[in-house]
Structure formats: C-alpha cells, structure tokens
Design a protein around this ligand. Structure first.
Ligand SMILES: [Zn+2]
Ligand SMILES: [Zn+2]
Length: 388
C-alpha cells in the first residue's frame, strides 16, 4: 500500500487554505494558480487554462504507451458557510460545501507521490477541472481538446460521500449518478380583476393544474420497474389578493438513469402542457434543458477499481446509484472509466453535501491519495498479461 503519510501534514494545510479561499465556477483563478505552482514544484509538466480555469499536469515514466487520467474538481458553491471553523470561508456567500477542496488536495497528493516514486510505466494526466457545480466544467475541458491534447485510455474520479463510513470506497458498474434536466415553464394568461375571473384565462389555476398533472408522469407513465424523479421546485406569480396575474412561472428538475425514460418524461411533460393550455385557455411555453447526462461507469473499469480499492480500504459494491448528478458523466462518454465514492462519514446523522455545516473530513485524505496512486500504478503496471 502506498506510504503517503509524510505528505499529509502540508496537504491538510493546503486543503484548509483552499477551503478558506473558495471560488465559484470558472473563477477558480487563485485555486488553479496554487494547484499549478504545487504541481510544478513537484516536477510535473503543467498546462493551465484548459476549459477556462482548468489545470492538467502530466507525468510520463518509462516507455509504456498506456495513459490514465485522474480527475478532481476545484469549484465551490454559492452558499453561506455556517461551520464556525477557524479556516472557514473568507468569501461571503461562497463555500466549499461539496468537498471539492478535498478532491483537489487528494489529487495533488497523488501527483506528488507518483512524481517522487515513479513506480509505473506510462503516462498519468492529473486533471483539475473547473465548474462542476451545474456549469459543466468537464465538458468545457473536453471542448477545449482535453482528450486530444492529453489522451487517456482510462479515467477515474473520486467524490467524497458522507453517507458512507470514513475510509469506505464504493462504486458500481453501470449508472452511478443520474442525468439532470431542468424545466422552466411559463403560463401566460391575460390578467384582470379577481372579481371577474370569467374575463381572463387564470394562470394560477392553470399552474396549479400543471403541478398536479406533472406529478402523475412518473407514477402513471413510467413503468414501475424503471426509475425517475420529477420535482417542481419553484412557482412564482401574483402580487395582490384581488388581481389575477397575467403570468405564472414554474421550475423543476427531472432525474433519470436511462435515456429512454428521460425521453419519455420530457415527451409527457410536453403533452401535459398542451392539455392544460387547451383546458384552461392559457398559452404555456417550456424551456427543457438536459444539462448533465447520467454518469455511467464502464463495467471493467468499475470492477477493476473495486479490486484495487480492496487493497487500500474497505471496498464495497455500491448497491444502487444516487439521484444526484455529476459532470464527470461527460468524461465517461468520451473515455472508459469509473466514478468512485470515498466514504467520509464521522457522525450520525452525517452532515450531507451542500449543507452549510458540511466540511471535508481530512482523515480520509490519505485513503483517497492511496486509492488514486494505486489506480494509476495498477493500470500502468508492466504486466501485459493482466486479464480485465
Ligand atoms: Zn456538489
Ligand atoms: Zn461535488
């Protein structure tokens, strides 16, 4: 097992410095600079500005032709931190509430370790991406030629997972995170006096009908053996007790794992909108945005990761995927690989991701670094007779 203990103390300081100075999507300028400087001083070849603020460091050892990509995300969330920690965010309303400070630090630690020990034959690309939180930084890097400029035969990413005990490593073949779609609906009536409802199509009544009808889609149009979530999360309209508003807007999200189910839900939303518009005399428009696809692990990469993980920590086959989403999905569409959860729960009940009291658990830094190192050393081992 890789001995990474000597690296940990300065890495905890690095993690807490990043935590104290969080940056939002595509604004990870000082984070990227700190990462690039640390990688360069470890002797790696560093490329900055990939996908706006992304950083890639490459390490080639020997004459092996295989290459592996290891990815971390660097961005923070627009949340006000409430941890009260001595290294809490110095930036009002910006917070590392998803542990990307920990991911960045673990990947840096793996780079430092591999640069020093060089026990592999081939190339490792350390990919530090911007804008995972809803702004598709992974796609921005791919569109900027990530896999042409830094070809990878396999790619892995870790995400800390508060629901699993600290040190547990879990993944699964096939879907692990959901596709995330956003719908925005605008119901247009005419507006008028509340005492004369017969003179205007009622946008509030139509919106209410829509909320009810939309929630029948998963239960009545999708097979019980399939899975999907549809939630209406925002509804806005009206400003007075005696005025029927001219318009009402609704927003929500759809989560699925199977593209056929995703297509069926979108189609049903369009049909419901047509029907409600006809029945209420309103006109209803829809903006439907499929912003992240489902994260689908490649079977051989996921199973191999579990074997490697068994030598590092408590490896578990994850029994089911999560309905949250992840833009590493784009990398897995372009390259074989897998997304892996690293348990970091310390207490019951655990504090979830995106909660104002969340903090990455530094006790799992070493396990995460060992896993990243072991994945690279395994994939780039010189044994050509590996069966996988
Ligand atoms: Zn997040
Ligand atoms: Zn995250």
């Amino acid at each position: 097992m890789p001995d990474v203990d000597a690296l940990i103390k300065p890495l905890i300081e690095f993690r807490r410095d990043i935590h104290a100075h969080p940056e939002l999507a595509y604004k990870e300028v000082s984070t990227a600079r700190k990462v690039a400087e640390a990688l360069a001083s470890a002797g790696l070849k560093v490329t900055t500005g990939v996908g706006k603020t992304g950083v890639v460091a490459s390490l080639k050892v020997g004459n092996g032709t295989r290459s592996i990509g290891l990815r971390a995300d660097m961005d923070a969330l627009p949340i006000q931190e409430e941890t009260g920690l001595p290294y809490a965010s110095c930036h009002d309303g910006v917070f590392h509430g998803c542990g990307h400070d920990g991911h960045t630090t673990m990947l840096l630690g793996a780079a430092q370790y591999l640069a020093k020990t060089q026990q592999f034959n081939g190339t490792v690309h350390f990919i530090f991406q911007p804008a995972e939180e809803g702004q598709a930084g992974a796609k921005a890097m791919i569109d900027d030629g990530l896999f042409e400029r830094f070809p990878c035969d396999r790619v892995y990413a870790l995400h800390n997972w508060p629901d699993l005990p600290a040190g547990t490593i879990a993944t699964r073949p096939g879907p692990i995170m959901a596709a995330a779609d956003k719908f925005s609906i605008r119901v247009q009536g005419k507006g008028g006096h509340a005492a004369a409802p017969h003179q205007t199509p009622d946008a509030i009544l139509a919106a209410s009908e829509l909320v009810t009808q939309l929630h029948t889609i998963v239960s009545r149009r999708i097979a019980p053996t399939s899975t999907a979530v549809l939630s209406v999360t925002q509804i806005a309209g009206g400003s007075s007790h005696n005025v029927l508003p001219g318009s009402v807007s609704l927003t929500g999200t759809v989560r699925t794992f199977d593209p056929a189910v995703q297509n069926a839900v979108e189609k049903a939303i369009r049909q419901v909108i047509q029907g409600v518009a006809l029945a209420t005399g309103t006109s209803i428009s829809l903006d439907y945005n499929r912003y992240y696809p489902a994260t689908i692990n490649h079977e051989s990469a996921a199973l191999r990761a579990l074997e490697v993980a068994a030598g590092v920590g408590n490896a578990q086959l994850a029994p089911e995927p999560a309905f949250t989403s992840e833009d590493f999905a784009f990398m897995l569409q372009a390259c074989e690989g897998a997304y892996i959860w690293l348990g970091q729960g310390t207490e019951q009940p655990t504090i979830p991701l995106h909660h104002p009291h969340y903090d990455f658990n530094d006790d799992v830094l070493a396990t995460g670094i060992r896993l990243l190192v072991a994945l690279a050393e395994d994939y780039l081992s010189e044994k050509e007779d590996r069966t996988e």
